[in-house]
Design a protein around this ligand. Sequence first.
Ligand SMILES: [Cu+2]
Length: 180
Amino acid sequence: MRSIVRFRSRVQVRGRIATGAVVTALLLGVTAVTGCSSSAASSPSASSTGSGAVAYDEPVLKVTDAYVRQPPTAGMAAAYLTVTNTGRLQGRLIGVTSDMAGSVSMNRTTASHQMVSVTSLTIPARGRLVLRSGGDHLMLTGLRKKPTAGETVTLRLRFAASGTITVRAPVEPMTYQPRN
Ligand SMILES: [Cu+2]
């Protein structure tokens, strides 16, 4: 089951988000993360631009393809999803919570395959933020129990100037390969 939630921002944020400010926030928020593993296979993120969509002067965000990979232990679990922005302004994911986890961190995978926790992830205007195995991802820690294939995990994604999107992410087996 794919979770699809459409969201239209109610807040006008014309040109208020400066790219420089975002970069600074990312750098300040970077902390080392240990004990975090991901598949070695890394493919470049396809960042496509939406076409034919109505353009708004604000981020217009849609979340698709959310899933949690069943972890080997109840220690932590990784979650993946795609955020598509058909608006004219970039969006920013600034926090995630879950019914299943004590905390959810936003992690980036660096070129040297290091995992760093960041305070926000950017969704480019008319672009996508793709969280995938081997790349940027969400890390659930403090799990109430080990997520098992067939179950569903609720993720609440908080966006700057765009409110919150809630998705119900299915738990997929460790061998799961997403279509995209
Ligand atoms: Cu991680």
